[in-house]
Design a protein around this ligand. Structure first.
Ligand code: ZN
Length: 102
C-alpha cells in the first residue's frame, strides 16, 4: 500500500480571490467615507454688543461673536471645498456653547 498525498482539492485560489475582491470593495466604499468629512470652521472673536443668556450654563453677559463656514474636509482637518454660506454664531465664553446668531 502506498499512501501519497493528493493535490486534488484546489479550492484555495478562488476563496482567496473572493476575499481579495471583498477587501477591494471595502477599501473603495469605506475609505472615502473615513477620509472625507465635513466640518464647520470658525474664526474671529469679537465681543458681542448685546447681552445674552446661555441656556446651558446660565451665564448672562456678552457672548463672543464668531464667523464660520462649513467645509468638505480631507482627513478631518484639511478644508477643501466650502459647502455653505457664511454663518454667524455667538459663543458662550463660559461653556463654549454656540448659538446661531440671527
Ligand atoms: Zn454657557
Amino acid at each position: 500500500m502506498v499512501c501519497s498525498p493528493g493535490f486534488t482539492s484546489r479550492g484555495g485560489p478562488t476563496f482567496l480571490g473572493s476575499v481579495f475582491s471583498f477587501l477591494l470593495v471595502l477599501c473603495y466604499c469605506v475609505l472615502p467615507m473615513l477620509i472625507i468629512g465635513t466640518k464647520v470652521f470658525f474664526w474671529g472673536s469679537e465681543q458681542g454688543a448685546e447681552l445674552m443668556r446661555c441656556g446651558t450654563c446660565g451665564f448672562a453677559g456678552q457672548f463672543i461673536r464668531k464667523t464660520g463656514m462649513r467645509f468638505i474636509t480631507l482627513f478631518f482637518i484639511i478644508p477643501t471645498i466650502p459647502i455653505s454660506g457664511v454663518m454667524h454664531v455667538a459663543e458662550c465664553p463660559q461653556c463654549k456653547t454656540r448659538y446661531k446668531a440671527q
